[in-house]
Design a protein around this ligand. Structure first.
Ligand SMILES: [Zn+2]
Length: 104
């Protein structure tokens, strides 16, 4: 037990961990959210940061650089998806604006 506890010394917990891992969503969705929280998805922005070949604009809208923030809430395509999903889930909160951090 001491060794197991030592593994977590100095570690931090994500404020979104419960929301990410304790949901009814399929594991693949949870894993995607976990990667997105850490900005570890291979978007064009991340490819550029790593010096890898990339497109200069979002594949869906061709209006902005493809970042996680853009893909999740800034892209007009994703905003259309949110507009369809929110009423089906009976969510009364407002659809996130493109400039707000997604996980807030
Ligand atoms: Zn876009």
């Amino acid at each position: 037990k001491t060794c197991y506890d030592a593994l977590f010394l100095g570690s931090t917990s994500s404020p979104h961990a419960k929301l990410t891992w304790k949901t009814w969503a399929p594991l693949s969705v949870k894993f995607f959210i976990w990667l997105a929280l850490q900005d570890r998805c291979w978007t064009n922005e991340r490819l550029a940061r790593h010096g890898l070949p990339h497109s200069h604009a979002c594949a869906f809208c061709d209006q902005a650089i493809e970042s996680m923030q853009h893909l999740l809430i800034g892209c007009p395509f994703s905003r259309m998806v949110w507009h369809d999903v929110f009423p089906k889930l009976r969510l009364t909160s407002s659809i996130p604006l493109g400039h707000e951090p997604f996980f807030d």
